[in-house]
Design a protein around this ligand. Structure first.
Ligand SMILES: [Zn+2]
Length: 807
């Protein structure tokens, strides 16, 4: 590793330059090993491309606590992981290869300036079901998907194929495509598919290529010469008849702070009391506040660790902690004894001296004396568990919480607010939840929930679909789940992802922020939930208190944070909530469970049933079709599906918690390709298009609630006589599950069920080897059973058929 950076880009990872600014650079120890040539040299926290050769490297990055903002597979295997790296943790990633620096904290300043200017101006103005048309002709090759789509970036063909040989070797598949009706495979060109292997487990081959014409058919060939053909289906085609456009849209003008978001939803509830109310979540956050710290002796790079003394105020910074001064005095008196006096907010440390008046007191001695004499004001500790045997140096330091928000921004524990919209809010209607900003720095995500809220109330009674949604559903929208972190991101540390609580021990990096700057403390809310967690051995989170995916203190267990408990409370209290969307950035993803696996053997959390998986793909079409309507953004098939199939494992995430623990259809958006805090024009467009998507989910939920139709199943080939084993497959007129028996028994919900043939596969079929009567019924996603059959009753009005096999 450590290859030189050669590609061109907007902004390169600098390979030379000063690390901590000129003054600090002079303090760098000269003993830095020259062989370890720095490949990255950041002076502020940045989103950096890390170029990963394969899944192993990705796993290593995740294991190091890599704060991955977006993960893009690249042709030829490997990934580009857009990763948040700070100047003080870049060493951790030293042996990775870096690409461009995409986004820095200074960019956030531009965003804020833009926001200020806007506020100023405003003031002054007052298919995808995996079966249709897809046919496998080769035993070794199963074409899972062949999707054509037209998007903003051009026209593409995306293909996914499972190969029976895939487990063993790292080989490519060739896809030849025709050039439209009447042409042959190959006439339209060809593309290759690379294996998608995750933690050593082969899943399928996949690849996407730009095409000139819409191909009708493809032929896939493997290295052994086996082939398979399939028809190409349309992914998110433009609707033939445009929908019913919303009269009123576009209610967001600028990025908004949590206080502004909460004010806004209160105003909506005031203005529309018949259809909207504010929901106050019960668990207060810890607050946008910190204890102030003063650091003596130790340098940002850890130099001087042995003489380092950290003093932390007991009061929060704004409650007096910021007034505390520690004065370690070079008094020059010979043969003095160590003493500590407190005068008001000042802690005066007079170190012991030798006969010449030179200081002899060690850091450990200062720590002990400060704790003994000033223990009402502060706690003191040595640097990260160092024995503190170095002799201290004179220094006068003021403690600081380094929180820069204006005074009117509350430091107190915060109430998290949501907005509940619906004409009937008594729990009798299907509940739908949209929540955003679990991750503080994802400033554009609240725009989606807020825009959706505004559209619902302002188009109610005016627009037919909106009126149906508000009349028929019980909608919960949480614009900012993590307000403390969001304030910190706005006012101090743009790359803040987590909440604000410092769980680091005094013999660990508890001083990290005060010594090093940057917001690295806090718990990753989206790893702190209670199902399939890091505590259970699932991958993609860490117990490192400064790691990007810190799941919370190990001893406290999951759901330790008020932010995650709030969401859990909401779905627990309102058990009519049956659909949810967890809104993040970035990458243009649409995902669902499973969202985690145990890395060893890639043991996934339970997969959705065949029906559920098919239902999710169907829902994708309307949700993603709605997104595309705004400006042609296509969430591609490769970025649609279970989190672990299209991205990575994320132990303890909220989507899994809602799906497995609360039986909610729990989905996830990742907005845009432009990272966090894109320029306003882009953020605005993302807010609009994904609000369309959230509307799409509301329509899916309403349709689910209104589904009173019983499914009908059909079997091919039909029952009858066959002169050899026969493979029968079931179809249904709507998405439904098939339960069956082969022993003549009455089918129930405990009977075997047709499952999927594997990751991204279609439903399985049954092979009848000898004469058998199959008994079965279909049940749809809303629980309607074929023919009114009651699986829990005793009547035998289910479906049955006999296939007679003669040799
Ligand atoms: Zn996120």
């Amino acid at each position: 590793m450590g290859l030189p950076v050669t590609s061109t880009g907007t902004r390169r990872a600098r390979r030379t330059g000063l690390v901590f600014g000129a003054a600090a650079a002079l303090l760098l120890p000269t003993a830095v090993p020259v062989a370890a040539e720095p490949t990255l040299d950041l002076d502020e926290t940045s989103v950096v491309e890390i170029l990963l050769e394969d899944r192993d490297e990705l796993e290593r990055l995740v294991e190091l606590g890599g704060d991955i903002a977006q993960l893009d597979p690249v042709d030829g295997g490997g990934f580009v992981a857009r990763t948040v790296v700070g100047p003080y943790d870049q060493d951790v990633y030293a042996d990775f290869t870096f690409g461009d620096v995409l986004h820095t904290e200074s960019d956030a300043e531009e965003r804020l300036a833009e926001r200020e200017a806007t506020i100023e101006r405003l003031r002054s103005e007052g298919d995808s079901d995996g079966e249709v048309g897809i046919r496998s002709t080769g035993e070794d090759l199963e074409i899972l998907r062949a999707d054509y789509f037209e998007g903003r970036a051009g026209d593409f063909l995306s293909v996914e194929v499972r190969s029976a040989l895939g487990q063993d070797e790292d080989f490519r598949l060739t896809v030849e495509r025709d050039a439209g009706p009447g042409t042959e495979p190959g006439d339209g060109g060809s593309q290759t598919l690379a294996p998608f292997v995750d933690v050593g487990v082969y899943l399928y081959h996949r690849g996407q290529a730009r095409v000139e014409e819409r191909p009708e058919r493809i032929r896939v060939t493997d290295p052994s010469g086996a082939t398979a053909e399939a028809e190409v289906t349309d992914w998110l085609p433009d609707p033939e008849t445009p929908g019913d456009p919303l009269p009123y849209t576009d209610f967001v003008n600028a990025y908004m702070t949590p206080d502004e978001l909460y004010d806004r939803i209160h105003r909506i509830a005031d203005e529309y009391p018949d259809i909207a109310e504010v929901v106050e979540l019960p668990h207060l956050t810890n607050g946008y506040r910190r204890h102030a710290q003063a650091i003596l002796g130790v340098r940002p790079d850890g130099q001087g660790a042995e003489r380092g003394v950290i003093v932390e105020s007991l009061a929060y910074g704004h409650e007096g902690g910021n007034d505390i001064v520690v004065d370690l005095i070079d008094h020059g008196d010979p043969d003095a004894a160590l003493s500590v006096d407190v005068e008001g907010d000042e802690i005066l440390v007079r170190p012991a001296t030798d006969g010449a008046g030179a200081i002899t007191t060690t850091a450990a001695e200062v720590v002990e004396a400060v704790n003994a004499e000033a223990g009402d004001l502060v706690r003191a500790f040595t640097f990260r568990g160092d024995a503190g045997e170095g002799v201290v140096e004179a220094e006068r330091v003021r403690a600081d919480d380094r929180l820069g928000a204006p005074e009117e921004v509350s430091r107190e524990p915060a109430t998290v607010y949501g907005l509940r919209i619906g004409a009937t809010r008594d729990g009798s209607k299907t509940g739908v939840l949209g929540y955003s900003q679990e991750h503080a720095r994802e400033w554009q995500t609240p725009l989606v929930t807020l825009e959706t809220a505004e559209r619902l109330v302002r188009n109610y009674g005016v627009h037919e679909t909106t009126t149906e949604l508000v009349d028929g559903l019980d909608i919960f929208l949480l614009p900012s789940v993590n307000p403390d972190g969001a304030k910190h991101s706005f006012y101090d540390s743009p790359m803040q992802r987590k909440n604000m609580v410092n769980h680091c021990p005094t013999d660990g990096p508890r001083d990290q922020w005060a010594v090093q700057g940057g917001g690295q403390w806090g718990v990753d809310i989206n790893r702190n939930y209670g199902t399939y967690t890091l505590w259970d051995g699932y991958a993609g989170a860490s117990f490192d208190c400064t790691g990007g995916t810190f799941a919370g203190p190990e001893e406290e267990g999951p759901l330790s944070q008020p932010e995650s408990r709030n969401l859990d409370w909401l779905v627990d209290t309102h058990d009519n909530i049956a659909f949810s969307m967890n809104i993040h950035s970035s990458g243009d993803y649409f995902m669902w469970s499973p969202g985690a696996y145990i890395a060893d053997g890639r043991v996934s959390t339970p997969r959705p049933s065949a029906m559920e998986e098919t239902y999710f793909w169907e829902a994708s079409e309307s949700i993603l079709g709605a997104i595309k309507e705004h400006r042609g953004t296509v969430v591609t098939p490769a970025r649609t599906g279970p989190i672990i199939d299209v991205m990575y494992s994320a132990a303890g995430n909220s989507g899994d918690h809602l799906w497995y623990e609360h039986d909610v259809f729990a989905w996830n958006f990742e907005l845009g390709q432009a990272g966090f805090q894109p320029p306003w024009e882009e953020a605005h467009a993302q807010g609009m298009e994904y609000a369309n998507g959230l509307y799409g989910m509301l329509e899916v939920a309403l349709e689910h609630q209104n589904d009173r139709y019983r499914p009908r199943s059909e079997v091919t080939p039909r029952p009858g006589g066959y002169d050899g084993p026969v493979e029968i497959s079931f179809g249904t007129n709507e998405t439904a599950e098939i339960y069956y028996t082969l022993d003549g028994g009455r089918p129930t919900f405990d009977s075997p069920r047709l499952e999927l043939t594997g990751v991204r596969g279609g439903p399985e079929s049954l092979t009848i080897e000898e004469t058998t009567t199959v008994h079965w019924f279909a049940v749809d996603i809303a629980g309607n059973v074929e023919g009114g059959y009651d699986p829990d009753g005793s009547a035998r009005n289910h479906r049955r058929g006999t296939w007679t096999v003669t040799d």
